[in-house]
Ligand binder design. Structure first.
Ligand code: B12
Ligand code: SF4
Length: 466
């Protein structure tokens, strides 16, 4: 999504842009091919993508020493100084990039001073300098995004969940930001807490375009807070119904918004009638004490009520949970596992994500609480070799947790027990492991995790083979 929105802004400003995405293709050949004829290469980077991003930056610089390398996205925004200190990075953009990248290109054309590009970080003779923070953008300006720049068929997949297949799907955005204050959430540090919606008209226009041009029938809104403005929701749903736009959709909702005082049955009926089939929500924990620590501002009763109301309206609830939180004890984890079992019993369609292990991000309240125990690499290249398991810390780095091995094993079995796949072969392969994982979770048995070792070895062999 970041590549799509950045490319949209750059194209709208009249520049030539090409997009390559390491998630769907090997980018090094393209970087070799195009670096010579390009002025700038822009990389969007999450923490566990640093190795490949550094390699690509090195290749670009070796092919064309004059090329400007700019990094943005979550990792550089969290660590702008150490990122821009790297020899292969010229600029970092902290925060939202659409207007920043265009202004940076103006700077490269000699039309603007770099000090006038807010959000930009760069090196000066006295060290790294970070310009003042950029104001949040109105995403309506970039609607519809330039999907034609992306290799769309590689992104459109089949969406299956809770044993149902919803057909061709794509992730989309209907807004940015979230006004809530959760103490672990990256949005509270990077995304500005100001919520900025796409208008109902623009959402519907984007849906119509994607449906007509690419045959998409299932839309997953991946923005932070879809249901904040009830008037917008009513308008959006009514437009889909009135214009007879037949789609199914998925969005996220805070569990407390399911209170009848917020979302009554009439509204939920309208939401369902317009095609809403799946709602994701962050329940996070079954422990009241931990929910308070998280400043989540939801209760365990909210979770139970939300899942019950989803069942009443035939909407699949996807509930995500966290663990590995500062001060969390086995007793808290047990409460989380009990709540998961209760939600699943109450609504057979409940899909569980996690419990995933908490990732501490600089700037979040919870990070501040445990920062003395966090050991982070001190240079960009240090992150290349930092041991991480798909974005998570390894046990030796989870120093704020009482029993990291127990947690990792629990998280592994829970996620395996809940996992699904659209591939029959993968489902077949996972079946015995899933069964034993479910048994373990139902009986809280976590000792001697031999299946975990076997599963991980087989998975590695499979990944090597493909
Ligand atoms: C949707 C989403 C996904 C979707 C992606 C769908 C898709 N097709 O894009 C899926 C489910 C696939 C996914 C997967 C993962 N995700 Co994710 N995901 C998100 C989520 C919720 C929204 C991201 C998004 O779409 N943002 C919208 C775009 C437009 O905004 P953006 O990415 O922030 O980009 C803007 C700015 O950052 C900036 N910018 C970004 N790049 C650049 C580059 C330049 C040069 C410039 C100038 C500016 C710039 O400008 C952009 C436009 O304003 C975020 C949380 C969040 N709310 O941000 C997590 C998040 C990005 N994911 C995260 C993680 C860890 C993962 C996984 C590793 C999880 C896992 N263990 O598997 C995987 C990695 C996948 C991979 N291929 O490597 C972390 C990243 C943390 C980090 N330290 O880097 C986040 C922040 C969640 C979290 N709170 O921990 N994810
Ligand atoms: S409600 Fe969700 S998006 Fe908003 S701050 Fe909390 S966790 Fe983040």
């Amino acid at each position: 999504m970041s590549l799509l929105y950045l490319a949209t802004a750059v194209e709208k400003a009249g520049h030539k842009v090409k997009v390559f995405d390491y998630q769907i293709e090997d980018c090094s050949d393209n970087v070799k091919k195009f670096s010579g004829e390009s002025d700038c290469i822009a990389l969007t980077v999450m923490s566990d993508q640093i190795k490949s991003a550094v390699e690509l930056s090195d290749i670009a610089k070796s092919m064309n020493p004059d090329i400007k390398v700019v990094w943005g996205g979550h990792h550089p925004s969290l660590f702008p100084v150490q990122t821009v200190e790297d020899k292969s990075v010229d600029f970092v953009v902290k925060g939202e990039g659409e207007t920043a990248i265009v202004e940076l290109l103006e700077h490269l054309e000699g039309k603007r001073k770099k000090v006038d590009v807010s959000g930009l970080a760069y090196m000066t003779s006295s060290g790294a300098k970070i310009n003042t923070e950029r104001s949040p953008i109105d995403i309506n300006v970039f609607s519809p995004p330039s999907w034609h720049l992306m290799k769309m068929e590689k992104y459109i997949g089949e969406f299956s969940i809770a044993g149902r297949n919803f057909g061709r799907y794509i992730p989309v955005h209907s807004g940015r930001g979230c006004p809530h204050r959760c103490s672990f959430c990256i949005n509270t540090t990077l995304k500005y807490r100001r919520w900025r919606p796409l208008s109902a008209e623009n959402i519907v226009n984007e849906i119509k375009l994607l449906k007509k041009t690419y045959g998409v029938s299932f839309f997953k809104f991946v923005d932070e807070n879809f249901f904040l403005d009830r008037e917008r929701i009513k308008k959006f749903c009514s437009m889909l119904i009135d214009q007879k736009i037949q789609i199914k959709w998925h969005a996220t909702c805070r569990a407390n918004y399911f209170r009848k005082s917020w979302m009554d049955d009439n509204l939920l009926r309208l939401v369902k009638k317009s095609g809403c089939s799946v709602i994701g929500m962050g329940i996070e924990s079954g422990s009241v004490r931990i929910l308070e620590l998280l400043k989540k501002d939801i209760t365990v009763d909210d979770a139970v009520n939300a899942v019950r109301r989803c069942a009443e309206h035939d909407i699949i609830p996807v509930c995500s949970f966290m663990t590995g939180l500062p001060t969390e004890k086995k007793e808290d984890i047990r409460k989380t596992l009990n709540l998961i079992n209760e939600l699943k019993k109450m609504n057979g369609n409940t899909v569980v994500i996690g419990p995933q292990i908490f990732r501490p991000y600089p700037g979040c309240d919870l990070y501040e609480l445990i920062k003395e125990t966090i050991v982070e690499p001190t240079s960009l290249r240090g992150w290349m070799n930092a041991k991480m398991i798909s974005g998570f810390y390894t046990p030796d780095r989870l120093k704020w947790i009482e029993n990291p091995k127990y947690l990792i094993t629990m998280s592994f079995f829970m996620q395996l027990a809940e996992s699904s796949s659209s591939s029959f072969i993968i489902r077949l392969f996972k079946l015995p492991f899933k069964k034993s994982a479910r048994f373990r979770m139902n009986h809280s048995l976590l000792g001697f995790p031999v299946e975990k070792a076997i599963f991980e070895t087989l998975k590695k062999l499979y990944m090597k083979a493909i």
